[in-house]
Design a protein around this ligand. Structure first.
Ligand code: TMP
Length: 218
């Protein structure tokens, strides 16, 4: 598997979507075959689960199980096959979002999230019984973290659209989610690239492109 896997993270309202499309275009122009996808979602089954996850009330365990169920289908049928073909996979959110939203935001048990991560990202399910090492798991090569103060993100979201279950959470929830991303970034500084999202769109995009250039991807 020698493709390139890039994920994009941040609290709701941080403004990552347009930049994902822009980076996809830049990579395509360079001759890369790009698979653009998102979580929860990215497959027919996972998109159905997304609708439930984003709209139906449920407890944190149910939410985490559904998110990882969607991720399993997505990893097996879209992400791994694309990487195996040597393609670039750009994924709007991945497992860091689960640690940030369900772990830090909802206060859900991080050890259980780690176990689910092993099951879902593990190279072979049969290894799970023996305990997978972290380095044998599928992880993005690069994770862009669009960092924005929750009060600013809330203002950006206010007029954007009808809020879903997560978007309608109070600022204090997003402060916890942001802290969760910060912890993830500190634990894996080589994989994470923090993008200052409190800038103009043009400045943010220039930073996104610069990171890709620094890594030799563009
Ligand atoms: P999006 O609006 O950026 O597509 O993200 C969908 C929502 O799902 C967003 O509010 C974050 C939430 N989410 C989680 O809570 N846990 C996860 O693991 C993922 C991937 C998303």
């Amino acid at each position: 598997m020698n493709g390139l896997f890039i994920s994009f993270e941040g609290i709701d309202g941080a403004g990552k979507s347009t930049h994902i499309a822009g980076l996809a275009e830049a990579l395509s122009n360079k001759g890369c075959k790009v698979t653009l996808t998102r979580e929860p979602g990215g497959t027919s089954l996972a998109e159905k689960l997304r609708t439930l996850i984003l709209n139906d009330p449920m407890d944190a365990l149910t939410e985490s199980l559904l998110i990882f169920a969607a991720r399993r289908d997505h990893v097996q049928t879209v992400i791994r096959p694309a990487l195996a073909r040597g393609e670039v996979v750009l994924c709007d959110r991945f497992t860091d979002a689960t640690y940030a939203y369900q772990g830090a935001g909802r206060g859900f048990d991080l050890d259980l999230l780690k176990t689910l991560e092993k099951w879902v990202h593990g190279t072979r399910a049969s290894h799970v019984a023996y305990g997978l090492q972290a380095d044998s798991m599928l992880q993005p090569n690069l994770t862009y973290w669009f960092d924005l103060a929750p009060e600013l993100a809330a203002k950006r979201l206010a007029n954007a659209r009808v809020p879903d279950k997560f978007e309608s959470q109070p600022v204090v929830f997003f402060e916890a989610v942001r802290d969760g991303y910060h912890v993830r970034a500190l634990a894996d500084p080589h994989r994470f690239a923090r993008i200052e999202a409190n800038q103009s769109k043009e400045e943010v995009f220039a930073d996104v492109i610069q990171v890709a250039k620094d890594r030799g991807y563009l």
